[in-house]
Design a protein around this ligand. Structure first.
Ligand code: MRU
Length: 353
């Protein structure tokens, strides 16, 4: 399995996704500030991966704190959580990851735990979240595989694979699971301008698994759908609002409209930690704006005239009406999503690991 990130005794070790596919190198983060930099600079990216990374960031900050009293540590924990929360705004998993360690910390302090007990427990929790993420991906695969065509081509946008999670992947996990169950499918990967997650990352990880993959420029999907070359679409998500609106990589909304026009199913695969019931509709989801350089330059070379206006929203929102189903580790959600999300949220869930 591709080692996206790993807790080690030296620190948190990240596969540097900015260097893929040409170089397989690692960045070791030994402090919470370094974990924050790794997330902000997209050395690690993808909603579930940054959720667990942020949790490990809080854990490493607590574990390596020099505070000698719980009161002093609590003041530091506020700062640690604030720094990590300011890295990227859209993927709700980031805040979920920070919140889970923070909540545990608060419970431990309320229960009278000492510094050593707290340090041990938060590291264990962050490592458990890593294992749970992989288990959730496998479960999404098990639920979602049957939705994939028996034969044909599945289009995906961005990278919702092993690299965007702790392993196996959400959308690509469903594709992997379908292939493991005998489906004869190949993958079209949108290149995903401007950061090229599809061309660089999806293509890299699927080829490592010997899954037949074809990269296309983002503007080619419509024509290929018109020609009957695509049988289904599956993507991941960065945040799913309570009504089923889905924020995902910029360009996803356009793909969802194309799928509707061509009568193709449009699936979203995401762990439950991506569902944000506190956000009522997609309009409330904060959309990250990234640097103009990502658009103006390609591989260090300027592509646009000096001074031209640039837009670079990193995500868009696909309205729930374009989503055929949302695959989670708890089961498959169908419209009306407000009702199905509420019902599934209330169900008692078995532990995955
Ligand atoms: O900007 P990125 O690369 O972090 O964006 C990632 C995506 O949009 C993914 O599709 C999403 O996080 C789902 S990953 C399982």
């Amino acid at each position: 399995m591709i080692p996206t990130l790993e807790w080690t005794s030296e620190g948190v070790n990240f596969l540097d996704q900015t260097k893929l596919p040409l170089e397989e190198t690692y960045v070791l983060a030994t402090s919470y500030e370094e974990v924050a930099t790794v997330i902000r600079d997209m050395i690690v990216r993808g909603a579930p991966a940054i959720g667990v990374s942020a949790a490990m960031g809080v854990a490493i900050g607590i574990e390596r704190s020099k505070a000698t009293t719980v009161e002093a540590l609590t003041a530091e924990v506020d700062v640690i959580c604030g720094v990590l929360a300011a890295t990227r705004p859209t993927a709700v998993n980031l805040f979920w990851g920070i919140g889970r360690i923070r909540d545990l910390y608060n419970r431990l302090v309320a229960g009278g735990a000492d510094l050593a007990m707290i340090k041990k427990a938060v590291v264990e929790e962050a490592r458990l979240m890593y294992d749970e993420d992989i288990a959730a991906c496998k479960q999404m695969g098990a639920f979602g595989a049957e939705l994939m065509p028996q034969h044909g081509t599945v289009l995906t946008h961005c990278n919702a694979g092993a690299l965007a999670t702790c392993g196996y992947g959400s959308a690509l996990g469903v594709i992997r699971a379908a292939i493991e169950r005998g489906h004869d499918i190949d993958v079209f990967a949108d290149e995903t301008r401007p950061f090229l997650q599809g061309a660089r990352l999806t293509a890299w990880e699927l080829m490592k698994d010997n899954i037949k993959t074809t990269v296309l420029c983002d503007n080619m999907a419509a024509s290929l759908m018109q020609k009957g070359r695509i049988q289904a679409v599956i993507v991941g998500a960065d945040r799913i609002a309570a009504n089923g609106d889905v924020a995902n990589k910029i360009g996803t909304y356009g793909v969802s409209i194309l799928a509707k026009e061509h009568g193709l199913p449009f699936y979203v695969a995401a762990p439950w930690s991506t569902i944000d019931v506190a956000t009522l509709t997609g309009e409330e989801i904060p959309i990250e704006q990234r640097a103009a350089m990502e658009v103006t330059h390609s591989n260090g070379k300027q592509m646009t005239p000096d001074g031209v206006g640039i837009e670079n929203p990193a995500f868009d929102v696909t309205p729930a009406r374009y989503v055929t189903a949302i695959i989670t580790e708890r089961g498959i959600l169908r419209a009306p999503y407000g009702d199905s999300i509420r019902a599934m949220a209330e169900m008692v869930q078995p532990a995955l690991v």
